[in-house]
Structure formats: structure tokens, C-alpha cells
Design a protein around this ligand. Structure first.
Ligand code: NAD
Length: 268
């Protein structure tokens, strides 16, 4: 697929004409940054027991849980950098053609790429929260060589500030997702199977409100046969590069200053 592919062109046109585009991302967008997804080939659950992220198990065995959590989410994933797909979304936001990003990911890579209107539906691993007093600490301020980490204010147990199985979704992210489903006219769904409840509902809800669903995934997801309008079959970086070329290159060719005068500027 190239920028001249009819589906890439259709997707670019839909985004250009849209008044509010929402990016809706899952683990797949970060696979090319070196973070495996949970499910599927090479997924985390082929190596680890999902009970690792169960809140009851964490509370029962904080030291044991933290040892594995540190190994996976901090020693290994902590070194991941944003890839071209994250950077292009940030660029689209800057140019005013992407209203917000709702991510199921906990890796902070959208923010590191420069996106600012990001809602972490399942929280964020780069923060730790005290289960006793509620204080929040950036992970860089906490010594993870001593496990389990404790709160420097009250001595309570610290937990990664992402949503464990059995916990509720952060209120702000939930409202942002409902709002996005009602005000968007394009949903750009990247790298998600659509299996995790309740996150998986929002593309369906948005579709009921008449959005165009553009989906990027190397394989079909639950959304593809049901609600996807334009399926860009492939990896996030390659498809986003094609899309970016289709969105930005025509205007750059016409305009020597590099200012994209063809794009309607809108956003939040
Ligand atoms: P998932 O693990 O269920 O599915 C990943 C999806 O990404 C699959 O559909 C797969 O085909 C697709 N994919 C694989 N490689 C891709 C690529 N290069 N480009 C585009 N798509 C690709 O992921 P999910 O639907 O997001 O649900 C899993 C849950 O796990 C999420 O709620 C999330 O919180 C969590 N999770 C987060 C991270 C992270 O923060 N990076 C990593 C793993 C899991």
C-alpha cells in the first residue's frame, strides 16, 4: 500500500473533511516500539499469568507482584521510545486535524511523542499511586530497587497508576471517551482487538452516532467486519506514514513555505 492507494486516499479525505477526528489506540500501535501486546502471537499472556494484573492478587502478594511488574513494565518497557505512528498522530494534533487521542495503552508513548490531548483510558505506568493516601509520584522519583515501593509521605503501598483487572476506569478518561463518541465524525482505530470491556464499546457507540471508522491493523479485529468503513491492513507505522503523506504532501507540493493551506484547521 502507498499514499496513492485508493483506501489511503479515502481515509485522508475523510480526515481532511472531518470537524473532529479521534484517534483510538491499543497495544498494537506500540508493538513496533518493542512493547508486545497482551494477546496473540508473542503476546504477554503467552509468558505471564494475567492474574499478575488482578488487583486482589496484587493486594494479597504485593512483593511477588511487584517483582514481575517491575521486570515487565519498568526494566523492559520503560526503555521503549515512541515510533513513527505516535509521532504522526502528534503532528496531526499540532496541525489541528486530530482532536484527541484516547488510548488503552499505559506506556505514555503518545505523550512522549508530543500529543497533548491524550486520555489514558487504562491509566499510565509512568505514575505510581499510594493506596493509602492517594498521593501520585512520577516513576522517576521512586526507588524501584527496594520492593514493594512505599509512599514517602505516609508509608503506604505504591501501585502503578494503571487500571488492574477489578478496578474502575478513570472518570476523566471515561467522560472523554463518551464525549469523543458523540462529537467525532471520524474515529481512527489503531492496533486494538476490541476485546477489552468497556473500552471496546466506544467505536461501536461512535458508529451509532454516524462516524466514519478508519481502522489500521495487520489482521482483522472485532470491529473490521462489523463497523469499519476503511480498513488499512498493515502495521501502524507503515499505514500512518502513507496516511501522513496523503494528508500533508499535496499541500507541501503546492506551497513552498511548507504551510498546509489545503487543510481545514480544527480541533478542541
Ligand atoms: P490486544 O493485545 O488485545 O491486541 C493488539 C492488537 O494490535 C491486535 O489486534 C493486533 O493484530 C494488533 N497489532 C499487532 N501488531 C500491530 C502493529 N504493528 N500495528 C498495528 N496493529 C498491530 O490489545 P488491546 O486491544 O489494546 O487490548 C489490550 C489491553 O492491554 C489494553 O487495554 C491495554 O491497556 C493493555 N496493553 C497495553 C500495552 C501498552 O501500554 N503498550 C501493551 C499491552 C497491553
Amino acid at each position: 500500500m502507498s499514499r496513492n492507494d485508493p483506501d489511503i486516499q479515502r481515509a485522508a479525505t475523510a480526515i481532511r473533511k472531518s470537524n473532529f477526528t479521534t484517534a483510538y489506540t491499543g497495544a498494537g500501535i506500540s508493538v513496533e516500539s518493542g512493547i508486545p501486546s497482551f494477546r496473540g502471537e508473542g503476546g504477554l499472556w503467552t509468558k505471564y499469568d494475567p492474574k499478575l494484573l488482578d488487583i486482589d492478587h496484587f493486594l494479597l502478594e504485593p512483593l511477588r507482584s511487584w517483582k514481575t511488574i517491575k521486570e515487565i513494565f519498568y526494566d523492559h518497557f520503560g526503555k521503549a521510545r515512541p515510533n513513527r505512528a505516535h509521532f504522526i498522530l502528534a503532528e496531526m494534533e499540532k496541525k489541528g486535524i486530530l482532536g484527541r487521542t484516547i488510548t488503552q495503552n499505559i506506556d505514555n508513548l503518545h505523550q512522549e511523542a508530543g500529543s497533548t490531548h491524550v486520555f489514558d483510558f487504562h491509566g499510565n505506568s509512568r505514575r505510581l499511586v499510594c493506596l493509602s493516601c492517594g498521593a501520585i509520584f512520577p516513576v522517576g522519583e521512586v526507588n524501584l530497587d527496594v520492593l514493594p515501593p512505599t509512599c514517602r509521605l505516609c508509608g503506604g503501598l505504591l501501585k502503578p497508576d494503571y487500571v488492574f483487572f477489578g478496578e474502575s476506569i478513570p472518570h476523566i478518561a471515561l467522560s472523554a471517551a463518551y464525549e469523543a463518541a458523540s462529537i467525532s465524525d471520524v474515529f481512527l482505530v489503531i492496533g486494538t482487538t476490541g476485546e477489552v470491556m468497556p473500552a471496546n464499546q466506544f467505536p461501536f457507540l461512535a458508529k451509532e452516532n454516524g462516524v466514519t471508522i478508519i481502522e489500521i491493523n495487520p489482521v482483522e479485529s472485532h470491529y473490521t467486519p462489523a463497523i469499519t468503513d476503511i480498513f488499512l491492513k498493515g502495521k501502524a507505522t507503515e499505514m500512518m506514514e502513507n496516511l501522513a503523506e496523503a494528508l500533508f504532501a499535496p499541500a507541501l507540493e503546492n506551497n513552498q513555505d511548507g504551510v498546509n493551506q489545503d487543510l481545514e484547521i480544527h480541533g478542541e
